[in-house]
Design a protein around this ligand. Structure first.
Ligand code: SF4
Length: 383
């Protein structure tokens, strides 16, 4: 969507994901994933798969080598059936991938099913979104995953790696070799500040990770990534501890332009409601205390549609099922996106659009689900 007036811009900012309307859907019988649900009400239901959905092989072969204060994988949800007891956080050590042979057999089976669906029913315009914890932190897993992906060249219309960049420094040879035939469209490179020490205070990389140093990070960004990815995009979370105002946003953008980065997204920390999560959890408390709202920054970039800050050009607004973002072009050299999202909106999308599959996540326990929690909204079980 593109706003053409003050009223439209303000309406989109205020109503955000509530303006979302799902469009193209492909109906599929749930039987196709060989999963009949755990009770009778789930049997033979029709799933409505959103065209343009993403597929995430949740990368947890090893615990992440950073420990970002805001890492959503360390949040703790409460049990639906027993709200006084907690589910294990996604980064809990026992949740990692244990048996690679079993894991890759299951993952390949899910690829085959999706490949057949697309051959029979037409393209789902599905994107690969490789995220979870840090995919490049375990080079053997990463290599096996890339080999599998090479065997399914037509499965995904877009391939994106979400990474803190660590493997491109510590295991450069293995990680670069694994990726070289895959033609990834984009890497979303997480970096929270242009100052190495401020960045380290937020991301808390292990001391042995060379990527925590700006010299190494800058070399990786400028020289190692461009031959492997069509677009290098930075992802920076707005926080009181890091980037929090428009002057810092501009300094970050100047730094990114010098490194050849083509796009930067500044994200507001997700709004997590009071219900459903453990409010005493350290990560949740840090998030609540350090949130910088996207509206405070947008009010400095474009207080109104006709009053946009020097060097910024408004491009368009995207409304998703639990997020909203505004895109700008800065100094005619880099795309800048300001994004906000809400866990409550994500949760309510499951109630509002039952059986709509907006996203598929293949979890380390072999569950294919449309939720970040391995045992919620299961679509198929692969071991
Ligand atoms: S790099 Fe990503 S997965 Fe690792 S701690 Fe930070 S947010 Fe979490």
């Amino acid at each position: 969507m593109t706003a053409t007036s003050d009223e439209e811009l303000i309406r989109m900012r205020q109503l955000k994901s509530s303006l979302y309307e799902p469009k193209l859907m492909t109906p599929l019988s749930s039987e196709i994933f060989n999963w009949q649900g755990s009770d009778a009400s789930e049997k033979n239901k029709i799933l409505h798969v959103r065209n343009g959905l993403t597929f995430t092989p949740y990368a947890f072969a090893r615990i992440c080598n950073a420990n970002c204060h805001f890492c959503s994988e360390n949040l703790e949800r409460m049990q639906d059936e027993n709200p006084s007891s907690k589910k294990k956080m996604n980064s809990y050590p026992t949740k990692r991938i244990k048996d690679y042979d079993q894991y890759f057999k299951g993952l390949e089976k899910s690829f085959q099913i999706l490949d057949n669906i697309q051959k029979e029913k037409g393209k789902l315009n599905m994107g690969l979104s490789l995220s979870g914890l840090e995919a490049t932190s375990e080079p053997n897993w990463f290599q096996r995953f890339c080999e599998l992906l090479e065997r399914y060249p037509d499965l995904f219309d877009e391939k994106v790696l979400y990474s803190n960049g660590s493997g491109f420094a510590l295991y450069a040879q293995e990680v670069v070799d694994s990726l070289k035939n895959l033609n990834f469209d984009r890497i979303e490179l997480s970096r929270q500040h242009f100052d190495e020490q401020v960045n380290q205070k937020i991301m808390r990389f292990e001391k042995v990770q060379p990527i925590r140093l700006n010299d190494i990070y800058e070399n990786v960004t400028k020289n190692v990534l461009p031959p492997l990815f069509k677009v290098v995009k930075n992802s920076c979370i707005l926080t009181k501890a890091g980037i929090s105002n428009i002057e810092q946003v501009e300094q970050y953008l100047e730094w990114a332009i010098n490194l050849g980065v083509k796009r930067v997204v500044f994200r507001e920390l997700s709004v997590i409601g009071e219900e459903g999560y453990d409010n005493q959890n350290k990560t949740k408390r840090w998030i609540d205390e350090n949130r910088v709202t996207i509206s405070s920054v947008l009010s400095q970039v474009a207080p109104t549609f006709s009053n946009v800050r020097k060097n910024f050009n408004y491009m368009f607004t995207t409304i998703g099922y639990y997020y909203m973002n505004e895109s700008y072009r800065y100094k005619d050299s880099i795309d800048v996106i300001f994004e906000t999202s809400s866990y409550d909106a994500l949760a309510s999308s499951f109630d509002k659009y039952p059986n709509v599959v907006n996203k598929l996540i293949f979890h380390p326990n072999g569950n294919l689900s449309s939720d970040w929690e391995q045992d919620s909204n299961i679509v198929g079980k692969f071991f």
